[in-house]
Design a protein around this ligand. Structure first.
Ligand SMILES: Cc1cc2nc3c(=O)[nH]c(=O)nc-3n(C[C@H](O)[C@H](O)[C@H](O)COP(=O)(O)OP(=O)(O)OC[C@H]3O[C@@H](n4cnc5c(N)ncnc54)[C@H](O)[C@@H]3O)c2cc1C
Length: 343
């Protein structure tokens, strides 16, 4: 008899969401996570309405700041879209992690401190770090060791961007009252800086751009934003990347890739959590049917992959300066894209 039905490797937000969903469907669950306590990570911390809706369905309601829409901004002007009939939320990663961890524990998911260094497929399922399970949900993030160990890693393709062609993310917080309920995406000549209100006295600032891009250099090209943020940095800068990661397939025997582990395009559209949560739901619903998970994965990630890839390619092209002016001239199109990604 395996030790558990479902072994979730990685106790980040997607792994914990998968654990919650699996417990709600009556499966025994063990979460394997090397880090103890509350886990922080470089993230823009914007929960799109679709992500918040799923959290609420799981009875998870992390504190944060409402997000009513998205604003694209350049020194030449801005365009805003307010979500039509839903609201998102800016939530500190630490707050989100604690809320999901508590919910998973309340529902009876067991957490084991440890790391997946090896994956052994057995007649009964899989064995990792001495734990046997019928199913393994690999939720171990952007650089997923499980993806590599089970042979699902796709060779890196040059992503769109400058310098070495890859894009990276940074984030830091500023201790001040949010001045807006929109996520502001500020387009500098080389990087995007987006600002998310996450608490009544805290805003998160994330940068997306080529290797070596710095927040201070980007802010120097965005004087209005730099002035708002001046003097209030709070806490360390955290980084992540390269952002673009690919998998050849999402299933290998009893193993499923879920969340960033299954591949990632870019954080430019603020989509990782919504798409990762949707994958967690799909993975749990299709534990015994790999082909169904593969289909559900394509469906759950399609809009994100297509729209984010297109926007990142545009951002890396000589036409980059046309993005905000074109969005301003076509507010209907901008609204349609935002609504599609927020759903
Ligand atoms: C700069 C930046 C800004 C972003 N902004 C947003 C945003 O505004 N909104 C949004 O929705 N998304 C955003 N994202 C994306 C979002 O952060 C990710 O999609 C999300 O964190 C994915 O969650 P995850 O649980 O799949 O992976 P992670 O959060 O990376 O969690 C993976 C977990 O696996 C564990 N792990 C790693 N290796 C092993 C191992 N060998 N064994 C066991 N456990 C292991 C790690 O310790 C970690 O806890 C942003 C990303 C970046 C980089």
């Amino acid at each position: 008899m395996p030790d558990t039905d479902v072994l979730v490797v990685g106790g980040g937000p997607v792994g914990l969401a998968a654990a919650v969903e699996a417990r709600r469907r009556g499966h025994e669950v063990v979460v394997l996570e090397p880090r103890t306590g509350t886990v922080d990570k470089a993230c823009g911390e914007g929960l799109m309405p679709g992500a918040l809706r799923l959290l609420h369905a799981w009875d998870v309601d992390p504190a944060g700041h409402p997000i009513a829409g998205i604003s694209y901004r350049s020194p030449a002007g801005h365009v805003d879209h307010r979500f039509r009939d839903a609201i998102g939320r800016g939530v500190r990663r630490t707050v989100l992690h604690d809320a999901l961890r508590e919910r998973a524990a309340t529902l009876g998911a067991v957490t084991v401190t440890g790391r997946a260094d090896d994956v052994r497929v057995t007649p009964a399922g899989v064995e990792v770090a001495g734990i046997s399970a019928r199913h393994l949900l690999a939720c171990d993030g952007l650089h997923s060791p499980v993806r590599r160990l089970v042979g699902l890693e796709a060779p890196a393709r040059r992503g769109a961007g400058r310098a070495d062609g890859r894009r990276y993310g940074l984030r830091r917080h500023h201790r001040l009252a949010p001045w807006t309920d929109l996520v502001e995406v500020h387009w500098s000549p080389v990087a995007e800086v987006y600002v998310t209100p996450v608490a009544p006295d805290l805003v998160g600032v994330a940068l997306l751009g080529p290797r070596g891009a710095s927040l201070d250099d980007a802010l120097a090209a965005l004087p209005e934003l730099a002035q708002r943020l001046a003097g209030a940095p709070a806490g360390p800068v955290r980084g992540a990347g390269p952002l673009r990661q690919r998998s050849t397939r999402r299933t290998a025997g009893p193993v499923r890739l879920v969340g960033d582990a299954s591949g990632y395009v870019d954080a430019l559209t603020g989509e990782g959590l919504r798409v990762g949560f949707a994958q967690a739901v799909a993975a749990v619903a299709t534990l015994d049917d790999p082909a169904a998970y593969e289909r559900a994965w394509w469906a759950a990630t399609r809009d994100y992959r297509v729209l984010t890839s297109a926007l990142v390619a545009w951002a890396a092209s000589p036409l980059r300066p046309t993005i905000v002016p074109l969005a301003r001239r076509s507010p209907g199109l901008f609204a349609a894209v935002v609504e599609r990604l927020a759903a």
